[in-house]
Design a binder for this molecule. Structure first.
Ligand code: AMP
Length: 281
């Protein structure tokens, strides 16, 4: 596996491979890799013949009071996981090489980014879309794989590709969970044992909603009313949102009709956890 740190080197390598007719796959990550990332890498391997994993804790997607400096990092273990999953290259740029000191061009989305996490993390998706656009230009992927764990992000990347005409096929993979249901996340590392136990309330509430939809419930308010006590019983520091939205528009819908995203964001102490399910498809 190649370790590439310079953006310029990454781009030259990819342009050469494309000229040779190779099909490039990209899995963008912020590192501290887990089995959720591993599933994306394995999927990318089946879709491309040269698979790049990027590890970059992107400063522009963190707010001023968020966990950029505290974000967990383990470069050696990340490299081992990438190698074990069969990645061909690990692209690990330094922030100073990705952003010029006077960097001034950003990708700003004005529709899908308004609600859900976008409402609580101003500027977050601007940072995400800007770095993903940069990664697409540097890695020149034919296919890029993202996780449904970050459902709004995945929809935004589909919109980025459509609206700015990136020649990239976007693939979204299901959320990988612990055996007890907790969605894997690098941020789970912040949880103490008690918070880890209470964090199960997210997947439990989502499973309850899924079960009700299977039984025929379609009313969004009734679904939320069934979920909220499950979240509240875990005494979170804050329930940021519990939303039922149309999966295409990400706008609240009164009824489950067609693909519908049920999404939650909850804080335990300073740790912000998100999870979601898609129903009605
Ligand atoms: P992150 O490193 O958290 O920015 O995530 C990098 C990619 O991995 C994103 O596309 C995430 O949606 C995806 N991802 C994170 N957690 C999971 C999970 N539990 N299952 C599947 N994909 C995930």
């Amino acid at each position: 596996m190649n370790l590439i740190e310079r953006p310029r080197e990454m781009q030259e390598c990819s342009l050469k491979l494309r000229r040779e007719g190779r099909r490039i796959g990209l899995v963008p990550t912020m590192g501290f890799l887990h089995e959720g990332h591993a599933a994306l890498i394995r999927r990318a391997r089946t879709l491309a013949d040269w698979c790049v994993v990027s590890v970059f804790v992107n400063p522009t997607q963190f707010g001023p009071h968020e966990d950029f400096t505290a974000y967990p990092r383990d470069p050696q273990r990340d490299a081992e996981l990438c190698r074990a999953c069969g990645a061909d290259a690990l692209f690990r740029p330094a922030a100073a090489d990705m952003y010029a000191a006077d960097h001034s061009v950003y990708v700003d989305e004005r529709d899908l980014s308004a609600g859900l996490c976008g409402a609580f993390r101003p500027g977050h998706f601007r940072g995400v879309l800007t770095v993903v656009a940069k990664l697409f230009n540097l890695v020149q992927p034919d296919v890029a794989v993202f996780g449904q764990k970050d459902a709004q992000q995945a929809r935004l990347i589909q919109r980025l590709v459509r609206d700015l005409n990136f020649p990239v096929h976007v693939v979204i993979e299901p959320t990988v969970r612990e055996p007890d249901g907790l969605a894997l996340s690098s941020r789970n590392a912040y949880l103490n044992a008690d918070e880890r136990r209470r964090a199960l309330s997210l997947s439990q509430a989502l499973r309850r909603a899924e079960a009700l939809v299977r039984e025929g419930e379609r009313d969004a308010e009734r679904l939320k009313a069934a979920m909220r006590p499950i979240l509240e019983a875990a005494a979170p520091t804050e329930i940021q949102y519990l939303e039922i939205v149309n999966y295409q528009t990400l706008r609240p819908t009164p009824q489950v009709a067609g693909p519908t995203l049920i999404a939650v964001a909850v804080k335990f102490g300073k740790t912000r956890l998100i999870d979601n399910v898609i129903v009605g498809r």
